[in-house]
Design a protein around this ligand. Structure first.
Ligand SMILES: Cc1ncc(COP(=O)(O)O)c(C=O)c1O
Length: 392
């Protein structure tokens, strides 16, 4: 039986006396997301590295994994601290119900269309399992967030990557995506896109929803939408069973380590995602995450303030790059920029690491560009100063 375990894990299990037949049972005991943990690019990049030369995060400016530079908003954080003392209860205060109701009210959709998850990696990874097959592949932009690539490659699903449209502000080229594979099982759009921060218009997203094969699913990943003024695709999920929108609390809400995400879709589409394990497995969320996440959604002023703080730090950084004649992909509406060093990006990343600045990774399609997360103004001043030293 094929399993999702690496050879290392299999050897370990075998050494511990498990038979091959038991591997399948073990893997089915794990949630799909956990079994695919190593395919979650940001979490993987943030994990402590094994090589002894790695300095560690504590003394570095961390602008590599698109986290927020600061934690949850003060009043939701206080609610989280208070609920810790009721942590003996599985569900002390209808937190899950309240979170769903709050999200439904904020987004103007029925409560039956909202499903909470421990982050958005898990639902994202399972989309490929649920909506694709040996004959129906997945289509994404390039570059884009690679979690979907990882699971498609793991499952040997056909994967088609279509370059972003340089002629259209580096938006996802929805028409080229459909042309590239008119019979895919799933089309994935990340808007604002990771790693460029560029936005795909709602009109284009709607066009793909209406023109893709009827039985294919359009997945719209809005991990960074609160950093932008882009219009959400959540209204498109209404009255149809083929559009799924993903949200996470890991970015603007400053909750990456708390693990909370939401998906918006019709109950029928959510049921398709739950067919392996039912809703129970993923519905046991940390009470702390739910206590912090729910009230965060209604903190309108705080959301705006944080977005504006990020924009100020991003504008300052872009102005510095421009002064230094360093090219970047224009039009980011999120907490990241893609900087073109005009030389291999890994060497530049190393140079920044020596300056105690941890910048992001690069994507194979653009090997001379690094993604740089926008941190606090102070983080970005540190980045600019290190840049000056490196380029001196
Ligand atoms: C576009 C996108 N989607 C999903 C995720 C997953 O985030 P999480 O699992 O923390 O919710 C990330 C993380 O960086 C991301 O950039």
């Amino acid at each position: 039986m094929a399993t999702v375990f690496s050879k290392e894990v299999e050897d370990d299990l075998r050494a511990r006396g498990y038979s091959r037949r038991q591997f399948g049972r073990i893997s089915s005991l794990l949630s799909v997301g956990a079994a695919f943990g190593s395919l979650m690019p940001e979490a993987f990049a943030a994990a402590p590295r094994k090589d002894p030369g790695f300095v560690g995060h504590t003394d570095m400016i961390r602008i590599s994994t698109n986290e927020c530079w600061t934690g949850p908003f003060p009043s939701p954080a206080a609610a989280g601290q208070a609920i810790v003392l009721q942590g003996n209860r599985y569900e002390p205060d209808h937190l899950r119900k309240t979170l769903i109701e709050t999200a439904a009210t904020v987004e103007g959709v029925p409560v039956g269309n909202v499903l909470p998850w421990p982050g958005s990696s898990e639902p994202l990874l399972r989309t490929v399992i649920c909506f694709c097959s040996p004959t129906r592949g997945v289509v994404t932009a390039n570059p884009t967030y690679e979690a979907v690539w990882g699971s498609a490659e793991w499952l040997r699903t056909k994967l088609t990557r279509v370059p972003l449209s340089a002629a259209n502000n580096y938006a996802t080229d929805v028409r080229a995506m459909l042309r590239a594979d008119p019979n895919a099982g799933m089309y994935y759009i990340c808007s604002p896109n990771n790693p460029t921060g560029t936005v795909t218009s709602l009109e284009d997203i709607q066009w793909l929803a209406d023109n893709k094969p009827k039985d294919a699913v359009l997945v719209v990943d809005e991990a960074y939408i609160h950093f932008s003024t882009a219009r959400s695709a959540i209204p498109l999920t209404q009255g149809r069973d083929d559009v799924l929108v993903l949200r996470t609390f890991s970015k603007l809400f400053g909750m990456a380590g708390l693990r909370l995400g939401l998906t918006f879709a019709s109950p029928a589409l959510h049921d398709r995602m739950m067919r392996f394990d039912g809703e129970n497995l993923i519905s046991m969320l940390s009470v702390v995450a739910m206590a912090v996440g729910g009230p965060s959604l209604v903190e309108k002023d705080m959301i705006l303030q944080r977005r504006n703080d990020m924009i100020a730090a991003r504008d300052m950084t872009l102005a510095h790059l421009t002064r230094r004649n360093i090219r970047f992909i224009p039009g980011s509406q999120a907490n990241m920029i893609l900087v073109d060093w005009k030389k291999p990006a890994p060497a530049v990343k190393e140079a920044f690491a020596r300056q105690k600045i941890e910048i992001g990774r690069n994507w194979p399609i653009w090997p001379t560009m690094s993604r740089v997360t926008i941190g606090s103004m102070r983080d970005m001043e540190g980045f600019c100063a290190a840049l000056d030293r490196i380029m001196a």
